[in-house]
Ligand binder design. Structure first.
Ligand code: ME8
Length: 644
């Protein structure tokens, strides 16, 4: 089977943000899932570069529209690899091939008599780049852009969309899965219950030159949607390329609710006029808000995906996006939400399961998958683990295929939970004490490894980098079918006894200390220049400092001070350190954290408390405000480990 999944092509009037990232991560995950199913998948994204908004943004920067489009398009193209999104095609509406295809399509629709010239007065929303009907306005404003549309009167070309209204309604009614989730299908049908107006598809060149010239009238350029929607065809080399024949019949478009109408109404009627079959599916998701507020450049609260991936890790970010949003509904982004979700699901549940299981296989079976013994009847707890694994596979397949990613992941975490419960119930450490229980211990360890293999397989589309690490720990090459094919690996008992496992560093370190990293375009500044080093320290002088990794075991505020905290640290012997980090860190967040301390300073008295050392912090500033960050280690390290 084949799959063709597309994202919208994004306007180049703003940098990529978490909303664009979500759609692109979904498309990437879905294409990886289809490959996991053994299908040939093609994933396309790109940029939408013509139109008034872009011409204006370029003018504001004082550069040509083409140069501006090049710059922002490159930002999109380079953001996707940072999120492990690997489109097969990145299309730009300024590509010569695309322009040629748009002109060819316009000519075909014109020749068919579906385009006519007329004068028109309408309410134009620049945000939407389309005319709005009176009914769409809320208090006289565009509901999406909260701005009053402009009344425009001019002569233009129109596409006879109304001609196809009945056919479109019939098609939507006959294909209940065409537009999902159902609420959006209902919204479209309700809109179609009123007479459809024809669609304005041109702009006079006197007003806009940054567009594609109409092949039948050089005084006009095409209006943004007729240009943009065609990308789904031009990206396949329509009409002659074999890719078009292979992928168009299975086209699935992925969008957010903001562009439902162009995709559910304009586009199918355009396809009808072109004499082409309609796309197979339209998947519509909700909106990401930032801490419940709408994101916008002017509010300065746009969440940059690259910043998030750097702060939290790219796989945790992908997981969070897919797990947190119920596909179709709005979701809210906050630092607290991503930290809470990743710490609980990834570090505590999945990460711990992995490290506990591997360390037991190391301790009790020399890092080798043992031979399981089938006993009849199968112990209830083993049967439950197996049943959960098989139920998970079924729910996962269904959820991923239906774009209910949060459901698919919920099912995966059922297995994570069951496997953790399995360890608690069977107590492998107790079995290990009794030589007669050796066969049972081997079976238990096998079952745990098999659960880990299944988790590696199903998480591959969601967290591709972690899946490779997990596969490696389980002794698999990255492309082994047991962890890269649902057909081969999607069953219980595929893992071969005797397979050598490998040590694996912590998969998902806890995210406690990354609290205040910039995520919304703040100005960050550190020291700017390193002073000349001619009079610098001798290395021996540096070695005089006894700098160690220490774990904070207790923390409390020093009375009458808003800055000072009294910390007890293990270095490895316990000592008290008073640190001026109280405005930046809450004591309860620090317990259990590993930080770095200078341990051989002369004891100093601060607010009556003797401090036996100094915790190291980094200092920079955000928007001119000083900010502290604790210096820490990237993997759990022995208390007292020296820093050199
Ligand atoms: O509309 N939450 O481009 P665009 C979730 N060029 N998704 C969001 C989002 C948010 N807050 N903000 C943006 C255009 N998106 C046209 C499309 S297609 C032929 C032409 C995502 O840059 C979501 O996928 O405004 C939405 O549909 C798309 O970006 C809009 O991108």
């Amino acid at each position: 089977m084949t799959a063709y999944i597309t994202t919208p092509i994004y306007y180049v009037n703003a940098e990529p943000h978490i909303g664009h990232a979500y759609t692109t991560i979904v498309a990437d995950t879905y294409s990886r899932f289809r490959r996991l199913c053994g299908d040939r998948a093609r994933f396309q994204t790109g940029t939408d570069e013509h139109g008034e908004k872009i011409a204006e943004a370029a003018a504001r920067e004082g550069i040509s529209a083409a140069a501006y489009a090049d710059k922002i398009s490159a930002m999109f193209r380079t953001t996707w690899p940072i999120l492990a999104c690997e489109p097969d095609n990145f299309i730009r509406t300024t590509d010569a091939k695309h322009i040629e295809t748009v002109q060819r399509a316009l000519q075909a629709v014109y020749d068919r008599g579906d385009i006519y010239f007329d004068s028109y007065t309408g309410l134009y929303c620049r945000g939407c780049e389309r005319f709005l009907t009176e009914k769409e306005l809320v208090d006289g404003l565009c509901p999406d852009h909260r701005s009053a549309p402009r009344e425009i009167a001019e002569q233009n070309y129109f596409f006879r969309m109304s001609k196809y209204q009945d056919r479109l309604i019939e098609h939507i009614k006959n294909n209940p899965d065409l537009i999902t989730p159902e609420r959006y299908r209902n919204e479209v049908l309700s809109f179609l219950s009123e007479p459809l107006e024809d669609l304005c598809i041109s702009r006079p060149k006197s007003r806009l030159t940054w567009g594609i010239e109409l092949p039948f009238d050089a005084n006009f350029v095409t209006y943004v949607w007729f240009d943009a929607l065609i990308n789904y065809l031009s990206g396949l080399g329509y009409p002659d390329d074999a890719k078009f024949a292979e992928f168009w019949p299975v086209a699935e478009h992925l969008i957010a609710k903001d562009i439902l109408k162009p995709h559910a109404i304009y586009w199918p009627t355009m396809l009808m006029s072109l004499g082409l079959p309609l796309y197979k599916k339209l998947h519509v998701h909700g909106y990401w808000n930032n801490e419940d507020a709408k994101m916008s450049k002017s509010l300065g609260n746009v969440v940059r995906p690259g910043d998030l991936a750097r702060a939290y890790g790219l796989d945790p970010f992908r997981y969070f996006a897919l797990r947190e949003m119920s596909f179709g509904l709005d979701a809210s982004f906050s630092r607290e939400a991503i930290i809470a979700r990743c710490n609980s699901d990834l570090s505590n549940d999945l990460g711990n399961l992995f490290s506990r299981s591997l360390s037991m296989v190391k301790k009790y079976a020399e890092l080798t998958v043992p031979v399981p013994t089938e006993v009849v009847p199968v112990p209830a707890i083993d049967a439950e683990l197996r049943r959960t694994a098989l139920d998970m596979l079924a729910a996962y397949r269904q959820g991923m295929a239906d774009f209910r990613f949060h459901r698919a992941l919920q099912a995966v975490w059922e297995l994570v939970g069951q496997a953790n419960k399995y360890i608690v119930v069977v107590e492998p450490w107790a079995l290990a004490k009794d030589p007669k229980q050796r066969p049972r211990l081997d079976t238990v360890l096998y079952n745990l490894c098999e659960a880990l293999r299944l988790l590696t397989l199903v998480l591959r589309p969601v967290m591709p980098q972690s899946a490779v690490k997990m596969a490696d720990a389980l002794g698999y090459a990255p492309d082994d079918a047991a962890i890269s094919s649902l057909a081969v690996g999607g069953a219980w008992g595929v893992l071969a006894a005797g397979q050598k496992l490998r040590d694996c560093p912590a998969l998902f370190p806890r995210l406690e200390l990354v609290k205040d990293e910039p995520i919304s375009g703040e100005e960050i500044a550190g020291k700017v220049a390193i002073p000349p080093a001619t009079d610098g320290l001798d290395i021996a002088q540096f070695r005089d400092f006894d700098i160690r990794v220490v774990t904070i075991t207790a923390a409390e505020r020093v009375k009458k001070s808003d800055k000072l905290l009294r910390l007890i640290v293990r270095a490895p012997e316990e000592r008290v350190i008073v640190s001026g980090i109280g405005q930046r860190y809450a004591p309860e967040d620090l317990v259990g954290c590993q930080v770095v301390a200078v341990c051989n300073l002369k004891p100093a008295k601060l607010m009556g408390i003797t401090s036996q050392g100094m915790i190291l912090t980094a200092k920079d500033s955000v928007n001119g405000r000083e900010r502290l960050a604790l210096v820490t280690v990237t993997t759990p390290t022995a208390d007292g480990a020296s820093i050199s």
